[in-house]
Ligand binder design. Structure first.
Ligand SMILES: NC(=O)C1=CN([C@@H]2O[C@H](COP(=O)(O)OP(=O)(O)OC[C@H]3O[C@@H](n4cnc5c(N)ncnc54)[C@H](OP(=O)(O)O)[C@@H]3O)[C@@H](O)[C@H]2O)C=CC1
Length: 453
């Protein structure tokens, strides 16, 4: 059968696992990667400017949960591998499955435009425009730094956590008074590192709300290693999890942190084995939200003022698809992507797939590997989605399930429970296989001879 040809944007873990699955099904594809190598955000000092890695970064998901299902992680890995180990694992995967020859490096997708009749014209940084039958978007969502604006001016240095590499780069923090803004996982790691006595002279962390900080271990085992069964009702799962977390860490105010007004599962999980100890040891000084910048200092909402030399904005990322002009395909002003069936397909657009566009707990690393099952079987005519109306109904129900419990924030628009998602996806794949068989396994996306536009 002449299967449709796919353009994959990005050779990070979402892009290359999608490629592997397409290859398994004999679906032709090209991957375009702006950088000189694979890995995306996990490629430290990635010359494409899109890596959020700092030198000391260890992933906060354990090796037990991030492994690709068809390629085991090295047996000698620690529970929480370093970013360099993860990147090596990615290289090994790509080479093992023979994906590298399909990747065009140093080639950025500048524009992706859908034709009225379907199919995509993809314009590359080389100036070429190529036509593809389908488009898989895997450009990541941890690279467009979000920096809030506050009144006043600041005379010191300001960086976003995305730029942070070491205590010395890109700004020398040694002996300085440093303010880290935010309480996500970037803030946890960077504040814990800089608060060590030989590093910053004084380390402040500003947060506009209290959050729960999960430990990394429970009785000597990674906390995420033995999750509750995926079939357990959400309310019970969260009640049990909240009890365990509270039992393990106690009250946040015991460490000098603001007491959360929310439960542990009402914000994206903040995980750290170090932060609470550093705060409890007096090396991290908590401050409320920033009110204004004030020359050589910062004024906070409780009226206090601190002299500050460096601000690290660990304030997260925006979802960004710079190659789409059509707002129907991009995130809105609240950082919400278009409503997507299984977070992959936009109803009514049969030849576009968003890969890894989620904040799955516990991890994003092996998430697109699961999603690619739907994409590959769909393009091969072995899976058929439900009607557009049914897709929309499922999208609404899924979004309520996955994001309903979180407080409204730009960082919470694509939250997702990995285990629940995979269970539901597998059921959907079974149903879709029956629908496809009833339609005679017709190809939903026509394959045209690939042509230069
Ligand atoms: N070791 C690891 O594996 C690491 C993983 N990560 C992952 O990378 C992703 C991004 O994490 P991260 O970079 O921490 O970003 P997040 O979006 O998770 O956190 C951003 C933080 O900044 C705060 N914030 C946002 N806007 C403002 C504002 N205008 N004023 C004050 N505070 C603000 C948020 O507070 P609010 O909730 O109030 O909006 C939140 O506390 C996550 O998925 C995270 O888990 C990150 C670092 C390390």
């Amino acid at each position: 059968m002449n299967l449709p040809k796919v353009c994959i944007i990005g050779a990070g873990c979402s892009g290359f696992t999608t490629a592997k699955r397409l290859k398994d099904h004999g679906i032709p594809f090209d991957i375009f990667e702006a950088s000189d190598d694979i890995g995306g955000t996990w490629y430290y000092n990635n010359p494409n400017g899109m890596s959020a890695c700092y030198q000391s970064l260890h992933i906060d998901t354990s090796k037990w949960r991030l492994a690709f299902e068809d390629y085991p992680v090295p047996a000698n890995w620690p529970d929480y591998p370093h970013h360099s180990q993860l990147l090596q694992y990615f290289h090994d995967y790509v080479d093992h499955f023979g994906l590298r020859p399909h990747i065009r490096f140093n080639t950025r997708v500048e524009k992706a435009k859908r034709r009225d009749s379907g199919g995509w014209d993809v314009t590359l940084s080389t100036g070429e425009t190529k036509h593809y039958d389908a488009l898989a978007v895997a450009n990541g969502h941890h690279w467009a730094a979000r920096i809030p604006e506050y009144p006043g001016h600041f005379d010191g240095a300001q960086i976003h956590s995305h730029q942070y590499r070491t205590p010395f780069e890109p700004v020398d923090c040694i002996g300085k008074r440093v303010l880290v803004v935010g309480m996500g996982n970037s803030a946890m790691d960077i504040a814990s590192e800089l608060s060590q006595r030989p590093m910053a002279e004084k380390l402040f962390v500003s947060t506009r709300r209290g959050v729960w900080i999960f430990p990394k271990y429970y009785r000597g085992q990674p906390l995420d290693k033995n999750p509750a069964p995926a079939w357990l009702p959400k309310g019970i799962k969260q009640w049990l999890g909240a009890r365990m977390v509270k039992g393990l860490v106690g009250k946040m105010s015991d460490y000098g942190l603001p007491e959360p007004e929310i439960g542990p599962f009402e914000s994206h999980g903040t995980v750290s084995g170090e932060f609470l100890v550093r705060a409890g040891s007096g090396d991290i000084n908590m401050k409320p939200a920033v009110e204004r910048l004030d020359g050589d200092g910062v004024v906070f909402t409780d009226g206090s003022r601190e002299k500050v030399d460096i601000i690290v904005w660990a304030t997260g990322y925006d979802i960004n698809f710079p190659f789409f002009d059509d707002p129907a395909f991009t995130a809105d002003s609240d950082n919400r992507p278009p409503p997507l069936f299984k977070r992959i397909m936009k109803p009514g657009v049969p030849d576009l797939f968003y890969m890894g566009l989620a904040q799955p707990l516990p991890t994003l690393v092996n998430f697109a590997e699961q999603q690619s099952k739907l994409v590959a079987t769909y393009l091969a005519g072995k899976y058929a989605p439900p009607s557009e109306d049914e897709m929309r109904r499922i999208i609404t129900a899924d979004e309520d399930y996955y994001t309903g419990q979180y407080y409204a924030a730009r960082r919470h628009t694509i939250q997702l429970d990995f285990d629940h998602y995979v269970r539901a996806l597998n059921k959907e794949l079974e149903k879709g296989a029956k629908r496809a068989a009833a339609k005679g396994n017709a190809l939903p996306v026509p394959s045209r001879q690939m042509e230069e536009a």
